[in-house]
Design a protein around this ligand. Structure first.
Ligand code: NAG
Ligand code: NAG
Length: 441
């Protein structure tokens, strides 16, 4: 979803609600049949099984996907699907007969190439060169003009809309430049960044909660993906029982409580979501309440405008992920994508660029949220990651297909390694201690 609006020079289309914007399909398929209903199970048995499974074997839960497998089976149909004995079979069905090749040095080197680097650099330079009044920077100007209409503070302070030349906007402009420059400068590969996530993300959240910033990780975290497999899962209570719950891209939770829970500790979004929020009065972006902190990664440098503006009106922390973390995530996902590409097509690595639209290729919000959880939690549970033929793409929309610029299958391979053999994950510093990860279906 990071490519949205990037090439736009005409005025942007009217803002769709964020959930739809985030889900804008590239290719659409005919309407899907209603998701297959699974028999309701008593909640206590789900909890019991889940607790047992987590306690006995924190690392062995496994995602089952593909091949139209939906529910049923598993460990008595309980919360965690895939005990240690099921891994082999499930892994086979995932691979569709083609074994994933080991990561070799050519793949690793290829995964280091960031095909979006060039346009990012160019766009950053243009934004930094541009000045506030320059009408040549249409998109920049348009964004600022929007802020004129949407920042209640700007209006209230003068009783009328602030102008682009007001001291207030000049200050925002300077902040924007400073933040963008710092971000661009520190955008580099650093395998150690995983060890820095507690300081970068959890400390601000601790302070917001009125606690002394501590290096303690969250005892347990639930990362709630938005897959339709959550429907009828009954996981809500289990999700809320984690110390921290991370939700993605402002997915709706009202009326879904039984399956997705209601607690939110971190709202994780990509900057396209915030970009749409920035058009609203007071930059309203809080489906989980205005006191829930947000973390987001930057899709486009211009989104720092939205960040600066929204940061000023948000009461809870609005944290931009460290660009070194972005680089790490990009390399990891590309390496998994390359492996799957080679296994499924047998084509040379170089053919990946065209097949996956290299300049627009991006990890999903879910992937980065999972890696964030791995960095700030002692135990991680994943919910709502994965697909089945019967499930909707998102539990809260009727969208059936997915965005082409993410390689979900490759990301599922990553999650499986996180749960089973995290040391196999490339690019992460060898001294980083991965927490146990369980994948729920
Ligand atoms: C690594 O694997 C790719 C894909 O299978 C292959 O094309 C390449 O030659 C291999 N490189 C090395 C150094 O083995
Ligand atoms: C964002 O807001 C917080 C809290 O008001 C503030 O401490 C921080 O400096 C702001 N960040 C930027 C880049 O303005």
């Amino acid at each position: 979803m990071c490519q949205l609006n990037r090439a736009a020079s005409p005025p942007p289309p009217p803002p769709p609600p964020p959930s739809i914007a985030a889900a804008a399909p590239r290719r659409s398929k005919p309407a899907s049949p209603a998701p297959m209903k699974r028999p309701a199970r008593p909640l206590f048995s789900i909890l019991l099984l889940a607790l047992l499974a987590v306690a006995l074997t924190c690392r062995t839960a496994l995602l089952r996907r593909g091949g139209g497998v939906s529910g049923g089976g598993g460990v008595g149909g309980g919360g965690v699907v895939g005990g240690p004995f099921e891994l082999e079979g499930a892994a086979q069905s995932v691979m569709r007969g083609a074994p994933l090749p080991d990561l070799n040095s050519s793949m690793l080197r290829y995964a280091e190439i960031d095909a979006s680097e060039e346009w990012l650099k160019k766009e950053t330079e243009q934004l930094l060169e541009g000045d506030l009044a320059s009408s040549g920077r249409f998109r920049t100007y348009g964004t600022w003009r929007r802020f004129n209409h949407h920042d209640p503070k700007a209006r209230n302070s003068r009783g009328m809309p602030a102008t682009l030349r007001s001291p207030m906007f000049y200050r925002y402009w300077l902040d924007f430049r400073r933040n963008l420059r710092d971000w661009a400068r520190s955008k580099r590969f650093q395998p150690d960044v995983m060890d820095d996530l507690v300081r970068l993300v959890k400390h601000p959240l601790d302070r917001h909660a009125g606690l002394p910033a501590s290096d303690r990780r969250y005892a347990s975290c639930a990362v709630v993906g938005n897959s339709g497999i959550l429907l009828q899962s009954g996981h809500g209570e289990l999700i809320d029982s984690h110390e921290a719950v991370i939700r993605l891209n402002n997915a709706r939770i009202e009326n879904f409580g039984r399956d997705v829970g209601s607690k939110t500790t971190i709202s994780f979004v990509n900057s396209n979501i915030l970009h749409f929020c920035a058009r609203r009065e007071g930059c309203f972006c809080h489906p989980y309440g205005p006191s829930v902190p947000m973390a987001m990664y930057i899709c486009q440098p211009a989104h720092f405008l939205d960040y600066i503006m929204c940061n000023a009106s948000h009461k809870a922390p609005l944290i931009v992920t460290d660009p070194r973390f972005d680089v790490l995530c990009a390399r990891i996902v590309k390496s998994y994508s390359l492996r799957r590409f080679v296994a499924e097509t047998g084509r040379p690595l170089e053919a990946w660029d065209a097949a996956h639209d290299a300049a627009n290729f991006h990890y999903s919000s879910g992937m980065q949220a999972v890696m964030l959880a791995a960095g700030i939690c002692d135990r991680v549970s994943l919910f709502g990651f994965g697909k089945s033929a019967a499930a909707k793409h998102h539990y809260y929309t009727n969208q059936k297909s997915e965005l082409g610029l993410h390689h979900y299958e490759a990301e599922y391979d990553l999650y499986r390694d996180l749960a089973q053999q995290p040391r196999a994950i490339p690019f992460v510093s060898a001294k980083f201690r991965f927490p146990p990860v369980a994948i729920y279906r």
